[in-house]
Design a protein around this ligand. Structure first.
Ligand SMILES: CC(C)(COP(=O)(O)OP(=O)(O)OC[C@H]1O[C@@H](n2cnc3c(N)ncnc32)[C@H](O)[C@@H]1OP(=O)(O)O)[C@@H](O)C(=O)NCCC(=O)NCCS
Length: 385
């Protein structure tokens, strides 16, 4: 950690290692390779639960009983309709803009239909959270259709969260296995500690702005390649390699050029990312089913070589290594991978924003001034060189 002690304050570049909030929502154990949502291990949740339950668990503190689940699904259904103006915006932006630009613009724009967006009471902000979560499958699906130059599909409310996203995105009914795999990927992306996009949501909500604003900030932050873009680049690398026999020389060359291998390494996990472990088995299944087995075989070889080479340094596959090939095998275009990340993470962003709001304190850190202290003499523009 790059840090120094100055003026009785500790400076930590990038806030690395700084604890900025308390939370009961989720915990990442980088040494043991565990991801926990409110006490439940992600491996248990991903086997037994579904995205809707996880969304409830994160936002409302416990797994829902049947009545609560029915009510939550009813609320989601009631809020799932996307305004026509939003679809028009998607069609205008979606053909030329980065899909994350389209996504943040339309989420921000949803606030313009909401006369109560500024009421910062918890109840009202929870209402907004549910409203955004409910609309995300149709919105991200519509962005995918627009990128492909295809018609936008409207409402299939009887499908699950993951199933309706696949329907909106692919224009066909997904089969149960595809739906289970997408549901699992969304569960695994729902929350992940104080990552950059979650932190930016908290900074925004701490001003008593609203959940539309917090979510828009988070989406903007996720856009960056250091956060949300690695799965697309990992897939591109595997496709560039082309076959398992070419993996060795390709990786040697990358290491010699001191390039990072995409989809490997993590700031927190120093062991195998538990999310990657779960996704790997699905990647194997779906790539074989969709005739893209060679992508998985190449990836598997890359993993074997990398673990031999860099496992000792704590570098293992992360969630992005296998998620991209899963989405691609389902027929989704790589440009939509980061919006899919947002589709999963939306429940974590809202949950953490609501939690922070209940015990709010405005974020206002300091910067270490390293400029001139002066006082310098002011010279008028006429005399300035
Ligand atoms: C995620 C990431 C930024 C975390 O990095 P970090 O904890 O800050 O670690 P550093 O970047 O400081 O790397 C530490 C050492 O491991 C090496 N390393 C880390 N990730 C590596 C990778 N993917 N490929 C090759 N070497 C890697 C670094 O070169 C460095 O080596 P050195 O000590 O000899 O200089 C980094 O692993 C990375 O860029 N990975 C690739 C992108 C990616 O998959 N991102 C998605 C994360 S979920």
């Amino acid at each position: 950690m790059e840090s120094s002690n100055t003026q009785n304050n500790t400076y930590a570049k990038g806030l690395e290692g700084v604890i900025a909030a308390e939370t009961e929502i989720g915990f990442v154990d980088g040494q043991e390779g565990r991801l926990v949502y409110r006490g439940y291990d992600i491996s248990v949740l991903s086997e037994n639960s579904n995205y809707e339950e996880i969304s409830y668990l994160l936002n409302f503190g416990k797994l829902p009983n049947r009545k609560q689940m029915t009510e939550y699904l009813e609320q989601m259904r009631a809020n799932s309709e996307v305004p026509q103006d939003t679809y028009d915006l998607i069609q205008t932006y979606g053909k030329k803009a980065h899909p994350m630009v389209t996504l943040r613009t339309v989420i921000s724009n949803l606030a313009s239909y909401d006369p109560r967006e500024s009421d910062s009471s918890i109840e009202n902000q929870k209402r907004i959270a549910i409203s955004i979560i409910a609309k995300m499958p149709a919105i991200v699906g519509a962005i995918h259709r627009t990128i492909l130059g295809k018609d936008i599909l409207k409402s299939r409310s009887e499908l699950s969260y993951a199933g309706s996203f696949l329907y909106y995105a692919l224009g066909r009914n997904p089969d149960p296995v595809e739906t289970k795999i997408m549901d699992t990927a969304l569960m695994l992306h729902a929350d992940h500690g104080m990552n950059a996009s979650t932190f930016s949501a908290l900074v925004t909500i701490s001003t008593l702005a609203d959940i539309y604003s917090a979510t828009t900030s988070a989406i903007s932050t996720l856009k960056g390649p250091l956060h949300g873009g690695a799965n697309e680049r990992a897939l591109k690398m595997i496709m560039d390699i082309g076959s398992p026999e070419k993996a060795g020389p390709y990786l040697e060359a990358m290491v010699a050029r001191k390039e990072k291998i995409m989809g490997f390494g993590h700031r927190v996990y120093k062991v195998y990312d538990p999310r990657a472990k779960i996704l790997k088995k699905y990647a194997s299944y779906i790539s074989e089913k969709s005739d893209k087995k060679s992508i998985f075989e190449t990836a598997n070889k890359v993993e074997e070589i990398m673990i031999n080479k860099l496992g000792e340094k704590g570098i293992f596959p992360n969630v992005d290594f296998y998620s991209g090939m899963i989405y691609y095998s389902m027929g989704l275009t790589p440009e939509i991978f980061t919006p899919i990340f947002a589709l999963g993470r939306i429940s974590g962003w809202t949950a953490r924003s609501l939690e922070y709001l209940q015990n709010n304190k405005l974020f206002r850190p300091k910067a270490l001034y390293v400029g001139e202290r002066g006082p310098k003499t002011y010279i008028s523009i006429q005399e300035r060189q």
